[in-house]
Design a protein around this ligand. Structure first.
Ligand SMILES: [Zn+2]
Length: 423
């Protein structure tokens, strides 16, 4: 408690009883004795009838989330250590709305309408802060519970990790752990994607997002033959499972895309062989694409009467000139060469086969030597600008980002050196 360094509420005469109660882990709400309304936050006069005849009732601490926002970045520096955290407005059963934080659960589990209950964090000798946690203990992995289902859920969530991945490899290395290589590792199946691989990719990209030393993620395929040839057709074993397979393709696919595009690191796709169908779709989620000269690239879905459904149809026209994108998709051709696709405007660079590894490593090291925060903010600004947002929104993100980056002490120092050198 003594090491609490974030801002502490200023206690006013009319909020004193409120804060005293928080110290006893009780949540009080003001009640107007004249008109009967409940009031939050505490005030001197009733906002409804202007009476000064205000008393207190104790809230039962139950509430539902009215709205929330997950704070990911660019907050007041004293709150940086808490990121990501959930800021929310909750409706108390007593009919008042409070701004608060949602704690003891993962931000991704928070939802509008979720039932929550008050908990208190003791922050000073004078007061504690009321916050809210999910009523459902299954959403609070840290909370002890005898509920078997809870045990099952937390067991499942801890089981998956780099040591247990069956279909991918996850390796953090490079200078100061600045590079993470995620390798699709089913070379015998041309690194095609099955259900396990989809789950593992989602887990891996969420995991690498938390690795603060990592600035660059390399996504590549094991072996010489393929980057990835798309969905493993073995996932359609029978007509009975057909429907569930389609459902999986649609939904799990979206989760895989989101895990990659939402990972905040610079994701470099190294295309070292066939990059077809869903494999090309994975590639389109990357930020930079380096290809081996011998790589062959294409969307083959249309040959089966379907279309790229893991974001590919929508994303390809944003990734290269549209008249060339259309040919790629309509033709169903699986043997576009890397050079052709580069000339069509999709790839970042193409390297000769015998230089591929060396040239890729050179670029990866070069980019990974930059500050992870600068790379991350650059990605965010550029994504904002290319995803169809209006330019004003993108410019606002840029201004905020640069302000935030330049407040770092080491950057200040570098800028000061530049200023001195210029004189
Ligand atoms: Zn009143």
């Amino acid at each position: 408690m003594s090491d609490y360094f974030k801002p502490i509420p200023e206690i006013q005469p009319w909020t004193e009883d409120y804060w005293k109660a928080t110290k006893r882990h009780k949540l009080l709400i003001q009640h107007c004795e004249s008109c009967g309304v409940n009031i939050f936050y505490p005030r001197k006069y009733c906002p409804e009838c202007w009476s000064g005849d205000l008393g207190w009732i104790e809230a039962n601490g139950k509430a539902k989330i009215y709205s929330f926002s997950v704070m990911m970045d660019m907050v007041e520096p004293k709150f940086m250590a808490d990121l990501p955290y959930v800021l929310a407005m909750v409706n108390l059963e007593e009919g008042v709305r409070m701004t608060t934080r949602i704690v003891e659960c993962r931000p991704e589990d928070v939802a509008i309408g979720m039932e929550v209950e008050v908990v208190f964090e003791d922050i000073s000798p004078e007061c504690a802060l009321p916050m809210f946690r999910p009523v459902n203990p299954a959403l609070s992995p840290a909370r002890p519970s005898n509920d078997e289902q809870t045990a099952e859920v937390s067991k499942q969530t801890v089981v998956m990790g780099p040591e247990t991945y069956q279909t991918i490899r996850y390796e953090v290395g490079g200078n100061n752990g600045s590079v993470c290589r995620i390798t699709l590792n089913r070379p015998g199946k041309l690194n095609s994607i099955n259900r396990v691989m989809a789950e593992e990719l989602i887990d891996a990209f969420k995991r690498v997002k938390q690795e603060s030393s990592v600035g660059v993620v390399v996504l590549t395929g094991a072996g010489e033959k393929a980057f990835c040839t798309g969905g493993d057709l073995d996932i359609f074993p029978s007509l009975v499972e057909h429907e569930s397979a389609l459902d999986w393709l649609a939904h799990s696919g979206l989760d895989v895309q989101r895990a990659i595009t939402g990972c905040e690191k610079v994701v470099i796709g190294e295309i070292n062989g066939h990059c077809l169908a869903g494999g090309l779709e994975l590639a389109l989620c990357c930020d930079l694409l380096y290809a081996k000269e011998s790589a062959q690239i294409g969307f083959t879905e249309i040959n089966m009467g379907i279309l790229p459904g893991w974001g590919g149809t929508a994303r390809i026209v944003r990734s290269m000139p549209v008249f060339r994108a259309r040919e790629l998709l309509y033709s169903g051709s699986k043997n576009y060469t890397a050079r052709e696709v580069y000339e069509m405007g999709l790839l970042t660079r193409v390297f000769k086969d015998d230089e591929f590894e060396e040239q890729c490593n050179r670029m990866v090291q070069k980019i990974a030597s930059k500050k992870p925060n600068a790379l991350r903010i650059a990605k965010e600004i550029m994504d904002k600008s290319t995803d169809g947002s209006d330019i004003e929104t993108a410019l606002a993100v840029e201004r905020n980002g640069i302000q935030w980056l330049s407040s770092a002490p080491d950057v200040q120092e570098t800028l000061a050196q530049f200023r001195t050198a210029g004189k």
